[in-house]
Design a protein around this ligand. Sequence first.
Ligand code: AMP
Length: 275
Amino acid sequence: MKIVRDPEEMQSLAGSWRGQGLRIGFVPTMGYLHRGHTSLMEQARPLCERLVVSIFVNPLQFNEASDLDSYPRDLEGDAAKCEAAGVDILFIPEGFYPEGFSTRVVVRGLTERLEGAYRPGHFDGVTTVVARLFGLIQPSVTVFGEKDYQQLAVVRKMSRDLGLPLEVLGGTLIRDPDGLAMSSRNVRLSPEQRARALSLHRALFAMREHGSSEVAELLEVGRALLDVDALDYLEVVDAETLQPLSRVDRPARAVVAGHLGRTRLIDNVGLEPRG
Ligand code: AMP
């Protein structure tokens, strides 16, 4: 595995692979890798001949300076995990936004609600960084986790709207054995906060197991189980459009975001229509 830091070198390597007819797979991350990330690499690996993983804590997508400053980092451990997952290039860009970079990529419609409502500017930062990464690497296939369900939908929409010649795949949400959705931010939780964080997935799974299709009833079931310091949202939305539903009469997603102390966590689960 080669570590590349210079964006121009990344671009020219990827260009030479494409020139040889090699299919490039790409998994973007912010590092501090866990099994959620490596599962995306394992999904991409058989679908491509060259696999690129990026680690870049993108300042544009952080709406809180303290979240950016305290974002966990472990480049050595990350490199070992990528190597074990059969990654060809680990791209850890330096000078990712060149002097004078002035472009923003904005997807409207899917970005205003849920995460977008609580993290102003977040998705513009995501689509801008992802568009530049796609431009440099020009992958044939990319994998984004369903952990960030709205992000996956937004990246799919951007790629479709811009006619980008790549396939955007979703990877299953990976959980710790006790059910907590794996996240690089979990490391910041105290043992007491981590115990209460389990209420996020318990609420979502209780909603999924509940007999009713009435969303008002499902939300009551979920809210009764949540034990977070502050709830940003608990909603049932259309799995495609992410618009709120009043009945689960089509494929849906229960989505939640809440705070444990200074750590904000998100989770989601699929709900199928009944009957
Ligand atoms: P991040 O490093 O948090 O930006 O995440 C990089 C990619 O890994 C994104 O596509 C995430 O959705 C995905 N990811 C993060 N956590 C998980 C998880 N627990 N299960 C599956 N994918 C994940």
